[in-house]
Design a protein around this ligand. Structure first.
Ligand SMILES: [Zn+2]
Ligand SMILES: [Zn+2]
Length: 378
């Protein structure tokens, strides 16, 4: 079936029309899916990829891909937008070649890099979801003349190392402040921003007088720099380069080819590990006592949940919480917590559960001013 659709690409487009809309979504609940996957003995390849490409009708393309991927047994999470695709998926090992053939049958995906996770067990995803979004990377831009496909020049790890040694180059970290705080390239500019959409205009403004200098940009896996480098070119920068595949791919190449590592500290990642160590350097400090530490954690009080850096001593002292305020609250019986939470302020906001906030380099503080003993009233 799949072999046939690959051989005759015209039929690919015909598939969704023959399927009912409902068949293009999961109809089994998440718990059942999880149980099914645990029992499944099929080996899976976990991979991610992204591509900026013009997709005029993302919804139609989404339905087309859903049918084809579902038939191959693909699981995972994918975003589609008019500007491209961003996918984190797993593919049954025995279908991996078919998957690659399928993706290569689309002109826009030819030669696209697939990042295969080396240590993943292949059980990270239970269902196949493809979502249509406004953008694959939220950028806050609304300029129809901006072309995200007009990117900077890609550099591999070796070329990156060489370029970064040239005099007068500017290295820019395109991640958020809490990411660069625990790790960054030597001599890089690390803007104090909480979101990518804040960072784009800020960096262009910061470097406005240096349009002809060589600008080297990097991020975690490369997807943000694809857009950021295009944005810099759009703003009249002529010498824009970006680290191909980001810090993740840089680290892989440095190890595989035994190159000099110029990245200091940890690479922040958005899963439960919160960071992968790239070099032994600890470049950050505990937000509570100031001693050397680069261990990110979320406040153990789930009604606060702020992301911050905590050393082992403070972890013990505050029972994993960001403040005495939170540790006192967290020690209350769950029922009392539930009652008090809606009227209690944590880190400047009421009932911040689930909020993904982080301590800012400039101006932030972790509830240090909270009077003690703390009173919580429902
Ligand atoms: Zn500490
Ligand atoms: Zn807290």
């Amino acid at each position: 079936m799949i072999e046939k659709t690959i051989a005759a690409p015209l039929e690919i487009a015909a598939i969704p029309a023959r399927r009912s809309k409902k068949a293009l979504h999961n109809r089994v609940n998440r718990r059942e899916l999880k149980a099914l996957l645990q029992k499944d003995t099929v080996k899976r390849v976990t991979l991610s990829f992204y591509k900026y490409a013009q997709i005029p009708d993302p919804q139609a393309f989404r339905d087309e891909l859903y049918g084809l991927w579902d038939a191959l047994g693909v699981l995972g999470r994918t975003y589609l937008a008019k500007e491209g695709i961003n996918a984190q998926i797993s593919v049954p090992e025995h279908q991996f070649e078919s998957f690659k053939t399928l993706m290569n049958s689309y002109e826009m995906f030819k030669g696209m890099r697939l990042n295969v996770a080396v240590e993943a067990e292949g059980k990270s995803f239970f269902a196949l979801t493809l979502k249509v979004k406004d953008k694959i990377v939220a950028d806050g831009l609304n300029d129809p003349t901006f072309d995200p496909a007009n990117t900077g020049t890609h550099l591999d790890a070796e070329a990156w190392n060489l370029a970064s040694e040239e005099p007068d180059v500017i290295l820019v970290d395109m991640r958020n402040h809490y990411e660069s705080e625990v790790g960054h390239f030597e001599h890089a500019i690390t803007p104090d921003v909480a979101t990518f959409r804040d960072e784009l205009p800020l960096v262009a403004e910061l470097l406005a007088e240096q349009r002809d200098k060589k600008i080297l940009m990097y991020c975690t896996g490369g997807i943000r720099c694809e857009k950021a480098s295009a944005y810099m070119k759009h703003n009249g920068f002529n010498n824009v380069f970006q680290l191909e595949g980001g810090i993740i791919e840089y680290d892989r190449q440095v190890r595989a080819k035994n190159l000099e590592n110029k990245f200091l500290g940890k690479n922040f990642v958005f899963d439960e590990r919160l960071g992968e160590r790239i070099s032994p350097d600890v470049i950050a400090h505990c937000h509570q006592c100031g001693q050397s530490s680069d261990a990110h954690t979320n406040c153990a009080n789930l009604y606060c949940h702020i992301l911050f850096i905590q050393c082992n001593d403070c972890r013990e002292k505050y029972a994993g919480c960001c403040s005495e305020h939170c540790s006192t609250f967290n020690a209350l019986p769950v029922e009392v917590q539930k009652e008090c939470a809606p009227t209690t302020v944590f880190n400047g906001s009421k009932f911040g559960k689930g909020a993904y906030k982080a301590f800012r380099k400039a101006g932030g503080s972790l509830n240090k001013s909270t009077p003690s003993p703390v009173q919580f009233l429902p």
